[in-house]
Design a protein. Structure first.
Length: 504
Protein backbone atom coordinates (compact mmCIF):
# COMPACT_ATOMS: atom_id res chain seq x y z
CA UNK A 1 0.00 0.00 0.00
CA UNK A 2 1.24 3.50 -0.79
CA UNK A 3 2.28 5.60 2.15
CA UNK A 4 0.24 8.75 2.88
CA UNK A 5 -2.36 7.88 0.27
CA UNK A 6 -5.00 9.40 2.51
CA UNK A 7 -5.50 11.05 5.86
CA UNK A 8 -7.67 13.28 7.97
CA UNK A 9 -7.53 17.01 8.74
CA UNK A 10 -9.50 18.30 11.72
CA UNK A 11 -8.13 21.78 12.26
CA UNK A 12 -8.74 25.20 10.78
CA UNK A 13 -5.19 26.03 9.70
CA UNK A 14 -4.51 26.51 6.00
CA UNK A 15 -1.16 24.89 5.32
CA UNK A 16 0.39 23.51 2.15
CA UNK A 17 -0.04 19.81 2.87
CA UNK A 18 -3.59 18.52 3.05
CA UNK A 19 -4.76 15.09 4.15
CA UNK A 20 -8.17 14.05 2.86
CA UNK A 21 -10.09 11.13 4.38
CA UNK A 22 -11.54 8.30 2.35
CA UNK A 23 -15.19 7.93 3.35
CA UNK A 24 -18.33 5.87 2.77
CA UNK A 25 -16.53 2.55 2.66
CA UNK A 26 -18.67 -0.59 2.99
CA UNK A 27 -18.33 -2.76 6.08
CA UNK A 28 -15.94 -5.66 5.58
CA UNK A 29 -16.94 -9.31 5.68
CA UNK A 30 -14.17 -9.65 8.27
CA UNK A 31 -15.71 -9.04 11.68
CA UNK A 32 -14.13 -6.69 14.21
CA UNK A 33 -14.33 -9.46 16.80
CA UNK A 34 -12.01 -11.58 14.64
CA UNK A 35 -9.26 -8.93 14.62
CA UNK A 36 -6.98 -7.87 17.45
CA UNK A 37 -4.05 -5.47 17.53
CA UNK A 38 -1.52 -5.48 20.37
CA UNK A 39 -0.26 -1.93 20.84
CA UNK A 40 3.49 -1.30 20.87
CA UNK A 41 4.96 -1.04 24.34
CA UNK A 42 6.77 2.29 23.81
CA UNK A 43 5.60 5.10 26.11
CA UNK A 44 7.58 7.86 24.36
CA UNK A 45 8.14 8.86 20.76
CA UNK A 46 10.95 11.37 20.26
CA UNK A 47 11.30 11.96 16.54
CA UNK A 48 14.96 12.91 16.96
CA UNK A 49 15.54 9.19 17.71
CA UNK A 50 13.96 8.22 14.40
CA UNK A 51 14.98 10.97 11.98
CA UNK A 52 18.52 12.04 11.15
CA UNK A 53 18.21 15.26 9.16
CA UNK A 54 21.87 15.18 8.15
CA UNK A 55 21.86 11.66 6.67
CA UNK A 56 18.19 11.55 5.68
CA UNK A 57 17.60 8.42 7.76
CA UNK A 58 13.86 7.96 8.42
CA UNK A 59 13.02 5.00 10.64
CA UNK A 60 9.69 3.27 11.13
CA UNK A 61 7.67 3.87 14.29
CA UNK A 62 6.08 0.67 15.57
CA UNK A 63 2.36 0.98 16.33
CA UNK A 64 1.40 -2.61 17.08
CA UNK A 65 0.98 -6.19 15.92
CA UNK A 66 -2.20 -7.39 14.23
CA UNK A 67 -3.67 -10.88 14.30
CA UNK A 68 -6.80 -12.44 12.72
CA UNK A 69 -8.78 -15.41 14.00
CA UNK A 70 -7.98 -18.58 12.09
CA UNK A 71 -10.19 -19.06 9.06
CA UNK A 72 -11.83 -15.62 9.37
CA UNK A 73 -9.93 -13.83 6.60
CA UNK A 74 -11.90 -13.69 3.29
CA UNK A 75 -10.19 -15.20 0.26
CA UNK A 76 -7.78 -13.08 -1.80
CA UNK A 77 -7.80 -10.40 0.90
CA UNK A 78 -5.10 -8.51 2.78
CA UNK A 79 -5.28 -6.03 5.67
CA UNK A 80 -4.60 -2.33 5.52
CA UNK A 81 -4.03 -0.21 8.66
CA UNK A 82 -4.63 3.51 9.10
CA UNK A 83 -3.21 5.13 12.22
CA UNK A 84 -4.79 8.21 13.82
CA UNK A 85 -2.79 10.60 16.02
CA UNK A 86 -4.23 13.39 18.18
CA UNK A 87 -3.11 15.78 20.91
CA UNK A 88 -6.49 15.30 22.63
CA UNK A 89 -8.11 12.12 23.83
CA UNK A 90 -11.34 12.86 21.94
CA UNK A 91 -9.46 13.02 18.61
CA UNK A 92 -11.26 16.27 17.78
CA UNK A 93 -8.12 17.44 15.97
CA UNK A 94 -6.28 14.51 14.47
CA UNK A 95 -4.22 13.29 11.56
CA UNK A 96 -4.48 9.90 9.86
CA UNK A 97 -1.56 8.15 8.16
CA UNK A 98 -1.54 4.98 6.09
CA UNK A 99 0.65 2.42 7.79
CA UNK A 100 3.10 0.18 5.99
CA UNK A 101 1.77 -2.51 3.69
CA UNK A 102 0.51 -5.51 5.67
CA UNK A 103 0.87 -7.89 2.73
CA UNK A 104 3.03 -10.61 4.23
CA UNK A 105 3.45 -8.74 7.52
CA UNK A 106 1.55 -8.34 10.79
CA UNK A 107 3.67 -5.46 12.13
CA UNK A 108 1.95 -2.05 11.87
CA UNK A 109 4.26 0.96 11.53
CA UNK A 110 4.42 4.46 10.08
CA UNK A 111 7.36 6.44 8.77
CA UNK A 112 8.68 8.97 11.31
CA UNK A 113 9.04 11.61 8.60
CA UNK A 114 5.41 11.20 7.58
CA UNK A 115 4.30 11.71 11.18
CA UNK A 116 6.51 14.80 11.54
CA UNK A 117 5.18 16.41 8.35
CA UNK A 118 1.54 15.67 9.13
CA UNK A 119 1.83 16.85 12.73
CA UNK A 120 3.72 20.02 11.73
CA UNK A 121 1.35 20.96 8.91
CA UNK A 122 -2.00 19.93 10.37
CA UNK A 123 -1.93 19.91 14.18
CA UNK A 124 0.69 22.37 15.41
CA UNK A 125 4.12 23.68 14.56
CA UNK A 126 4.97 23.96 18.23
CA UNK A 127 7.96 21.69 18.96
CA UNK A 128 7.09 21.27 22.65
CA UNK A 129 6.75 17.82 24.20
CA UNK A 130 3.08 16.82 24.42
CA UNK A 131 0.80 13.82 25.03
CA UNK A 132 -0.14 12.08 21.78
CA UNK A 133 -3.06 9.70 21.54
CA UNK A 134 -2.97 6.86 19.01
CA UNK A 135 -5.59 4.50 17.59
CA UNK A 136 -5.78 2.31 14.52
CA UNK A 137 -8.49 1.60 11.96
CA UNK A 138 -8.31 -1.65 10.00
CA UNK A 139 -9.47 -2.08 6.42
CA UNK A 140 -9.54 -5.09 4.15
CA UNK A 141 -8.57 -4.97 0.48
CA UNK A 142 -9.91 -7.79 -1.67
CA UNK A 143 -8.69 -8.51 -5.15
CA UNK A 144 -6.31 -5.57 -4.94
CA UNK A 145 -9.05 -2.94 -5.30
CA UNK A 146 -12.19 -3.63 -3.21
CA UNK A 147 -11.63 -1.81 0.08
CA UNK A 148 -13.87 -2.12 3.15
CA UNK A 149 -13.69 -1.10 6.81
CA UNK A 150 -13.50 -3.65 9.59
CA UNK A 151 -16.29 -2.91 12.06
CA UNK A 152 -18.49 0.17 12.18
CA UNK A 153 -16.97 3.50 11.10
CA UNK A 154 -16.25 5.73 14.09
CA UNK A 155 -16.77 2.89 16.56
CA UNK A 156 -14.18 0.14 16.05
CA UNK A 157 -10.63 1.25 16.83
CA UNK A 158 -7.65 -0.95 17.64
CA UNK A 159 -4.36 -0.55 19.51
CA UNK A 160 -5.47 2.48 21.52
CA UNK A 161 -2.55 3.99 23.39
CA UNK A 162 -0.94 7.27 24.35
CA UNK A 163 2.68 8.33 24.43
CA UNK A 164 4.78 11.33 25.30
CA UNK A 165 5.58 12.83 21.91
CA UNK A 166 8.42 15.18 20.96
CA UNK A 167 8.46 16.49 17.37
CA UNK A 168 11.51 17.90 15.66
CA UNK A 169 12.34 21.51 16.41
CA UNK A 170 11.98 22.73 12.85
CA UNK A 171 11.30 26.34 13.85
CA UNK A 172 12.11 28.26 17.02
CA UNK A 173 9.74 31.15 17.76
CA UNK A 174 10.18 33.36 20.81
CA UNK A 175 7.19 34.60 22.79
CA UNK A 176 8.13 38.27 22.22
CA UNK A 177 10.04 40.42 19.73
CA UNK A 178 11.19 44.04 19.88
CA UNK A 179 12.53 46.85 17.69
CA UNK A 180 15.91 48.04 18.93
CA UNK A 181 16.93 51.39 17.49
CA UNK A 182 14.47 53.82 15.88
CA UNK A 183 13.18 56.49 18.28
CA UNK A 184 13.83 54.49 21.48
CA UNK A 185 17.54 54.06 20.74
CA UNK A 186 19.88 51.11 20.97
CA UNK A 187 19.53 50.11 24.63
CA UNK A 188 17.77 46.91 25.74
CA UNK A 189 15.54 48.98 28.03
CA UNK A 190 14.53 51.21 25.15
CA UNK A 191 13.86 48.19 22.95
CA UNK A 192 11.45 46.73 25.49
CA UNK A 193 9.27 49.82 25.08
CA UNK A 194 8.95 48.85 21.40
CA UNK A 195 7.47 45.36 21.69
CA UNK A 196 5.67 43.78 18.75
CA UNK A 197 1.98 43.06 19.25
CA UNK A 198 0.72 39.49 18.95
CA UNK A 199 -2.59 37.70 19.22
CA UNK A 200 -3.38 35.46 22.19
CA UNK A 201 -2.79 32.32 20.11
CA UNK A 202 0.17 29.98 20.42
CA UNK A 203 3.03 31.60 18.52
CA UNK A 204 3.43 28.46 16.43
CA UNK A 205 -0.20 28.65 15.35
CA UNK A 206 0.02 32.40 14.73
CA UNK A 207 3.63 33.40 13.94
CA UNK A 208 2.71 36.97 12.90
CA UNK A 209 4.01 39.88 15.01
CA UNK A 210 3.23 43.54 14.22
CA UNK A 211 4.29 46.94 15.52
CA UNK A 212 3.90 50.60 14.57
CA UNK A 213 7.04 52.36 15.74
CA UNK A 214 8.15 55.99 15.62
CA UNK A 215 11.28 56.54 13.59
CA UNK A 216 12.55 59.50 15.62
CA UNK A 217 13.61 61.32 12.45
CA UNK A 218 13.93 61.04 8.71
CA UNK A 219 16.92 58.69 9.02
CA UNK A 220 15.93 55.52 10.91
CA UNK A 221 18.24 52.60 11.74
CA UNK A 222 17.02 49.56 13.66
CA UNK A 223 17.27 45.80 14.20
CA UNK A 224 14.91 43.12 15.52
CA UNK A 225 15.48 41.49 18.91
CA UNK A 226 14.06 38.81 21.14
CA UNK A 227 14.78 38.45 24.86
CA UNK A 228 17.78 36.22 24.12
CA UNK A 229 19.33 38.98 22.02
CA UNK A 230 18.60 41.73 24.55
CA UNK A 231 20.00 39.65 27.42
CA UNK A 232 23.15 38.95 25.39
CA UNK A 233 23.67 42.71 24.94
CA UNK A 234 23.02 43.46 28.63
CA UNK A 235 25.14 40.64 30.05
CA UNK A 236 27.95 40.21 27.54
CA UNK A 237 27.82 43.22 25.20
CA UNK A 238 27.11 40.63 22.52
CA UNK A 239 25.17 42.14 19.60
CA UNK A 240 25.38 39.09 17.36
CA UNK A 241 22.00 37.65 18.40
CA UNK A 242 20.01 40.53 16.89
CA UNK A 243 18.09 39.89 13.68
CA UNK A 244 19.10 41.73 10.51
CA UNK A 245 18.00 41.72 6.90
CA UNK A 246 19.35 39.22 4.39
CA UNK A 247 18.88 41.82 1.65
CA UNK A 248 19.62 45.49 1.34
CA UNK A 249 19.22 47.73 4.41
CA UNK A 250 16.47 49.73 2.70
CA UNK A 251 14.42 46.73 1.49
CA UNK A 252 10.79 46.99 2.59
CA UNK A 253 10.32 43.23 2.56
CA UNK A 254 12.47 40.15 2.59
CA UNK A 255 14.05 37.50 4.77
CA UNK A 256 16.00 38.01 7.98
CA UNK A 257 18.19 36.02 10.35
CA UNK A 258 20.44 36.48 13.34
CA UNK A 259 23.59 38.53 12.83
CA UNK A 260 25.64 35.54 13.96
CA UNK A 261 24.30 33.60 10.95
CA UNK A 262 24.52 36.48 8.49
CA UNK A 263 28.06 37.43 9.46
CA UNK A 264 27.65 41.15 10.03
CA UNK A 265 25.25 43.81 11.26
CA UNK A 266 22.77 43.84 8.35
CA UNK A 267 20.89 46.70 10.05
CA UNK A 268 17.58 47.97 8.63
CA UNK A 269 17.69 51.56 7.32
CA UNK A 270 14.52 53.39 6.27
CA UNK A 271 14.35 57.10 5.46
CA UNK A 272 11.66 59.73 5.04
CA UNK A 273 8.91 58.34 7.30
CA UNK A 274 7.40 59.47 10.59
CA UNK A 275 6.54 55.94 11.62
CA UNK A 276 7.02 52.40 10.37
CA UNK A 277 4.59 49.52 10.52
CA UNK A 278 6.65 46.33 10.70
CA UNK A 279 5.21 42.84 10.33
CA UNK A 280 7.20 39.69 11.07
CA UNK A 281 6.36 36.14 10.03
CA UNK A 282 8.59 34.15 12.33
CA UNK A 283 7.65 30.85 10.75
CA UNK A 284 9.29 32.07 7.55
CA UNK A 285 11.78 34.50 9.14
CA UNK A 286 10.38 37.18 6.84
CA UNK A 287 9.47 40.84 7.33
CA UNK A 288 7.52 43.62 5.63
CA UNK A 289 7.81 47.33 6.39
CA UNK A 290 5.26 50.04 5.55
CA UNK A 291 6.60 53.59 5.91
CA UNK A 292 3.92 55.93 7.27
CA UNK A 293 4.16 59.52 6.12
CA UNK A 294 0.48 60.52 6.44
CA UNK A 295 -1.43 59.09 9.35
CA UNK A 296 -5.09 58.51 8.74
CA UNK A 297 -7.27 55.43 9.21
CA UNK A 298 -10.58 54.78 7.48
CA UNK A 299 -13.56 52.52 8.14
CA UNK A 300 -14.70 50.54 5.11
CA UNK A 301 -17.58 48.09 5.25
CA UNK A 302 -21.31 47.67 5.21
CA UNK A 303 -22.00 51.37 5.71
CA UNK A 304 -20.64 52.10 2.20
CA UNK A 305 -21.70 48.82 0.66
CA UNK A 306 -18.06 47.64 0.85
CA UNK A 307 -16.88 50.25 -1.63
CA UNK A 308 -14.26 52.98 -1.31
CA UNK A 309 -16.71 55.66 -2.49
CA UNK A 310 -17.07 57.42 0.88
CA UNK A 311 -14.09 57.91 3.15
CA UNK A 312 -15.09 57.45 6.77
CA UNK A 313 -12.12 58.57 8.82
CA UNK A 314 -11.33 57.68 12.43
CA UNK A 315 -10.33 60.39 14.92
CA UNK A 316 -7.42 60.52 17.34
CA UNK A 317 -7.61 62.29 20.73
CA UNK A 318 -4.24 64.00 20.34
CA UNK A 319 -1.73 64.66 17.62
CA UNK A 320 0.87 62.05 18.59
CA UNK A 321 -1.54 59.29 19.56
CA UNK A 322 -1.57 55.79 18.07
CA UNK A 323 -5.18 55.33 19.20
CA UNK A 324 -8.00 56.20 16.80
CA UNK A 325 -11.76 56.02 17.30
CA UNK A 326 -15.10 56.39 15.58
CA UNK A 327 -18.39 56.93 17.41
CA UNK A 328 -21.76 56.35 15.78
CA UNK A 329 -24.89 54.20 15.90
CA UNK A 330 -23.87 50.91 14.35
CA UNK A 331 -26.19 48.44 12.67
CA UNK A 332 -25.93 44.69 12.17
CA UNK A 333 -25.07 45.28 8.51
CA UNK A 334 -22.02 47.33 9.39
CA UNK A 335 -19.25 44.83 9.34
CA UNK A 336 -16.01 46.67 8.78
CA UNK A 337 -12.33 46.62 8.02
CA UNK A 338 -9.72 49.37 8.29
CA UNK A 339 -7.54 50.99 5.65
CA UNK A 340 -4.70 53.38 6.33
CA UNK A 341 -3.87 56.32 4.09
CA UNK A 342 -1.09 54.48 2.27
CA UNK A 343 -3.16 51.38 1.46
CA UNK A 344 -6.60 52.92 0.89
CA UNK A 345 -8.45 50.81 -1.69
CA UNK A 346 -6.11 47.79 -1.36
CA UNK A 347 -8.06 44.89 0.17
CA UNK A 348 -4.91 42.82 0.63
CA UNK A 349 -3.69 45.45 3.12
CA UNK A 350 -6.93 46.03 5.04
CA UNK A 351 -6.87 45.47 8.81
CA UNK A 352 -9.47 43.34 10.57
CA UNK A 353 -9.82 40.41 12.95
CA UNK A 354 -8.97 36.72 12.77
CA UNK A 355 -12.56 35.39 12.57
CA UNK A 356 -15.07 36.78 10.09
CA UNK A 357 -17.89 38.72 11.73
CA UNK A 358 -16.38 38.66 15.24
CA UNK A 359 -18.41 40.97 17.49
CA UNK A 360 -16.33 40.52 20.64
CA UNK A 361 -15.84 43.60 22.88
CA UNK A 362 -12.15 43.57 21.98
CA UNK A 363 -9.65 41.62 19.95
CA UNK A 364 -6.38 41.53 18.06
CA UNK A 365 -6.17 43.72 14.95
CA UNK A 366 -4.40 41.87 12.15
CA UNK A 367 -3.34 42.73 8.63
CA UNK A 368 -2.51 39.31 7.20
CA UNK A 369 -5.61 37.30 6.34
CA UNK A 370 -7.84 39.89 8.03
CA UNK A 371 -11.56 39.19 8.31
CA UNK A 372 -14.43 41.61 8.90
CA UNK A 373 -15.15 42.95 12.40
CA UNK A 374 -18.79 43.32 13.52
CA UNK A 375 -20.35 45.73 16.00
CA UNK A 376 -21.64 44.00 19.18
CA UNK A 377 -25.19 45.32 18.64
CA UNK A 378 -27.18 47.99 16.79
CA UNK A 379 -26.52 50.78 19.29
CA UNK A 380 -24.15 53.69 19.86
CA UNK A 381 -20.57 52.49 20.34
CA UNK A 382 -17.12 53.99 20.14
CA UNK A 383 -14.96 51.73 17.98
CA UNK A 384 -11.27 52.19 18.86
CA UNK A 385 -8.11 50.89 17.23
CA UNK A 386 -4.69 50.93 18.90
CA UNK A 387 -2.17 50.78 16.07
CA UNK A 388 0.82 50.43 18.36
CA UNK A 389 -0.50 47.40 20.22
CA UNK A 390 -2.63 46.22 17.27
CA UNK A 391 -5.90 45.85 19.18
CA UNK A 392 -9.47 47.02 18.76
CA UNK A 393 -12.24 47.65 21.30
CA UNK A 394 -15.94 48.51 21.37
CA UNK A 395 -17.22 50.79 24.17
CA UNK A 396 -20.97 51.27 24.49
CA UNK A 397 -22.13 54.86 25.05
CA UNK A 398 -24.17 55.59 28.15
CA UNK A 399 -26.20 58.18 26.28
CA UNK A 400 -28.11 56.38 23.55
CA UNK A 401 -30.08 59.53 22.59
CA UNK A 402 -27.52 62.25 21.73
CA UNK A 403 -28.62 65.62 20.35
CA UNK A 404 -29.23 65.53 16.61
CA UNK A 405 -28.62 68.35 14.12
CA UNK A 406 -30.21 68.98 10.76
CA UNK A 407 -27.17 70.86 9.46
CA UNK A 408 -23.49 71.24 10.27
CA UNK A 409 -21.53 73.69 8.16
CA UNK A 410 -18.31 75.66 7.74
CA UNK A 411 -18.34 79.43 7.99
CA UNK A 412 -15.44 81.86 8.01
CA UNK A 413 -13.32 84.39 6.18
CA UNK A 414 -13.58 82.33 2.99
CA UNK A 415 -17.26 83.36 2.70
CA UNK A 416 -17.19 86.62 4.64
CA UNK A 417 -18.73 84.93 7.69
CA UNK A 418 -22.09 85.33 5.98
CA UNK A 419 -22.94 81.95 4.48
CA UNK A 420 -22.64 78.24 5.31
CA UNK A 421 -20.68 75.53 3.49
CA UNK A 422 -22.58 72.32 4.20
CA UNK A 423 -21.14 69.06 5.51
CA UNK A 424 -22.82 65.72 4.73
CA UNK A 425 -23.89 63.37 7.54
CA UNK A 426 -22.27 60.12 6.38
CA UNK A 427 -23.20 58.07 9.47
CA UNK A 428 -25.22 59.14 12.53
CA UNK A 429 -23.44 62.18 14.07
CA UNK A 430 -20.47 62.03 11.68
CA UNK A 431 -20.13 64.75 9.07
CA UNK A 432 -17.88 65.20 6.04
CA UNK A 433 -17.06 67.75 3.33
CA UNK A 434 -14.34 68.31 0.79
CA UNK A 435 -13.36 71.94 1.27
CA UNK A 436 -11.03 74.28 -0.60
CA UNK A 437 -9.59 77.36 1.12
CA UNK A 438 -8.42 79.65 -1.67
CA UNK A 439 -6.53 81.93 0.72
CA UNK A 440 -5.31 81.27 4.25
CA UNK A 441 -7.84 82.36 6.81
CA UNK A 442 -9.99 81.58 9.84
CA UNK A 443 -13.17 79.56 10.14
CA UNK A 444 -15.44 77.62 12.48
CA UNK A 445 -18.06 74.90 12.22
CA UNK A 446 -21.58 75.42 13.50
CA UNK A 447 -24.90 73.55 13.86
CA UNK A 448 -28.18 74.42 12.16
CA UNK A 449 -26.81 77.65 10.63
CA UNK A 450 -26.74 79.25 14.08
CA UNK A 451 -24.05 80.23 16.57
CA UNK A 452 -25.77 78.48 19.49
CA UNK A 453 -23.64 75.39 18.89
CA UNK A 454 -20.25 75.88 17.23
CA UNK A 455 -16.82 74.28 17.15
CA UNK A 456 -13.37 75.85 17.16
CA UNK A 457 -9.90 75.16 18.52
CA UNK A 458 -8.94 75.04 22.21
CA UNK A 459 -5.54 76.64 21.81
CA UNK A 460 -3.97 79.96 22.72
CA UNK A 461 -3.70 82.55 19.98
CA UNK A 462 -1.48 81.48 17.16
CA UNK A 463 -1.48 79.16 14.20
CA UNK A 464 -3.22 75.82 14.52
CA UNK A 465 -1.40 73.52 12.12
CA UNK A 466 -4.15 71.68 10.26
CA UNK A 467 -1.50 69.49 8.68
CA UNK A 468 -1.09 67.86 12.09
CA UNK A 469 -2.42 64.33 12.22
CA UNK A 470 -5.65 64.72 14.18
CA UNK A 471 -6.96 67.02 16.85
CA UNK A 472 -9.75 67.06 19.41
CA UNK A 473 -11.41 70.44 19.26
CA UNK A 474 -13.67 72.27 21.67
CA UNK A 475 -17.17 73.54 21.15
CA UNK A 476 -18.86 76.87 22.08
CA UNK A 477 -16.41 79.62 22.93
CA UNK A 478 -13.37 78.00 21.35
CA UNK A 479 -11.06 80.09 19.16
CA UNK A 480 -11.34 80.32 15.39
CA UNK A 481 -9.49 77.71 13.37
CA UNK A 482 -6.71 79.14 11.20
CA UNK A 483 -6.51 77.15 7.95
CA UNK A 484 -3.75 77.62 5.35
CA UNK A 485 -4.78 77.75 1.72
CA UNK A 486 -5.42 74.32 0.26
CA UNK A 487 -7.96 71.55 -0.26
CA UNK A 488 -8.99 69.42 2.71
CA UNK A 489 -11.14 66.48 3.73
CA UNK A 490 -13.03 67.85 6.73
CA UNK A 491 -14.57 65.52 9.33
CA UNK A 492 -16.56 66.28 12.48
CA UNK A 493 -18.15 64.04 15.12
CA UNK A 494 -20.78 65.99 17.04
CA UNK A 495 -20.88 63.49 19.95
CA UNK A 496 -17.17 63.59 20.79
CA UNK A 497 -16.63 67.14 19.44
CA UNK A 498 -13.79 65.88 17.27
CA UNK A 499 -12.67 67.66 14.11
CA UNK A 500 -10.16 66.54 11.52
CA UNK A 501 -8.71 68.47 8.58
CA UNK A 502 -6.70 66.27 6.20
CA UNK A 503 -4.86 68.09 3.42
CA UNK A 504 -5.43 66.48 0.04
Amino acid sequence: MALLSMGLVACNQDFDTEFVPQSNLPESLLKASDVSVAAASATTINLADYINEETGENKDISIGTVSVAEGAMPANTILKALVEFSKTEDFAESITLDANSLEGSNEISVKAGDLQDAYFNNITRNPAETPLYIRTVIHTVTGGTAEAIVGKPGENFFAKSNVTFTPLKKVQIAPAYYVIGAKAGWSPDGARTQQFAHSSKDVYEDPIFTITVETGGDDCWFAIADDTALDAISNENDWSQLYGTKGEASDLSGKMDRRSILGGEHTFHITGAKKLRITLDMMEYSYSITPITTEAYYVVGGVQGWSDKDKICLFAPEAESDVYSYTTKWTGAWDLKIWDAASFGNWDKAFGCAVDGDNSPSGALIGTGAQAISAPSAEFYTFTIDMKNMKYTWIKLDNQDPTTYEHISLIGSFNGWSDDYELKEVTPHNWYAEFTQEESGELKLRANHDWGINWGVNLEEGLWDVSAKMNNIGSNGANNIYVPAGTYDVYLNDITNSILFLAK
